[in-house]
Design a protein around this ligand. Structure first.
Ligand code: FES
Length: 155
């Protein structure tokens, strides 16, 4: 089929902030593939809304109760052949790492939204820091939560 300008990958609770991104990309005239992974069907919330906005929509669950049985990243590879879409991902860290790796392999831009336990939320407590490629640390609460994948997951 026709290839999308962007691929958005959501894992479990990580889907929530991506609805806004999906709307924004669509409003800018972009075609978007949306892939949604969770442990089971009951965790795939607002499916109709994501599905309605995406030109390609895929689901995967760990227990096989909805969509493909397995990891959501397994659905993406085919979408990445040919055109070089930008990838956006939000979800558990292993999923983000897998998406970042796929993007690297296919030479696509990739942005990941990190989940951190935030105590202060304003950059003061350093409870949310992650190491970045420069050898320094970034605060997820004020420097993120969205980072270029190569910055937080250098290959
Ligand atoms: Fe305190 Fe980020 S939550 S510095």
């Amino acid at each position: 089929g026709e290839q999308s300008d962007a691929i958005v990958v959501a894992g479990g609770m990580g889907a929530a902030p991506l609805l806004y991104l999906l709307r924004t990309l669509r409003a800018a005239g972009k075609s978007v593939s949306f892939f949604y992974g969770a442990r089971s069907a009951s965790e795939l919330v607002l499916r109709d809304q994501y599905c309605g906005l995406a030109s390609v929509y895929g689901e995967a669950t760990d227990d096989g109760s909805q969509g493909q049985h397995g990891r959501v990243t397994e659905l993406i590879s085919e979408e990445m052949l040919g055109k070089k879409p930008a990838l956006y991902a939000c979800g558990p860290e292993p999923m983000l790492r897998a998406v970042a790796q796929l993007a690297q392999e296919h030479h696509c831009r990739c942005f990941v939204s990190l989940e951190a336990h935030m105590a202060c939320g304003v950059g003061a407590c350093l409870g949310c820091v992650v190491p970045i490629s420069s050898g320094e640390y970034a605060r997820v609460c004020v420097d993120g939560p969205v980072f270029a994948a190569e910055e937080v997951f250098p290959q």
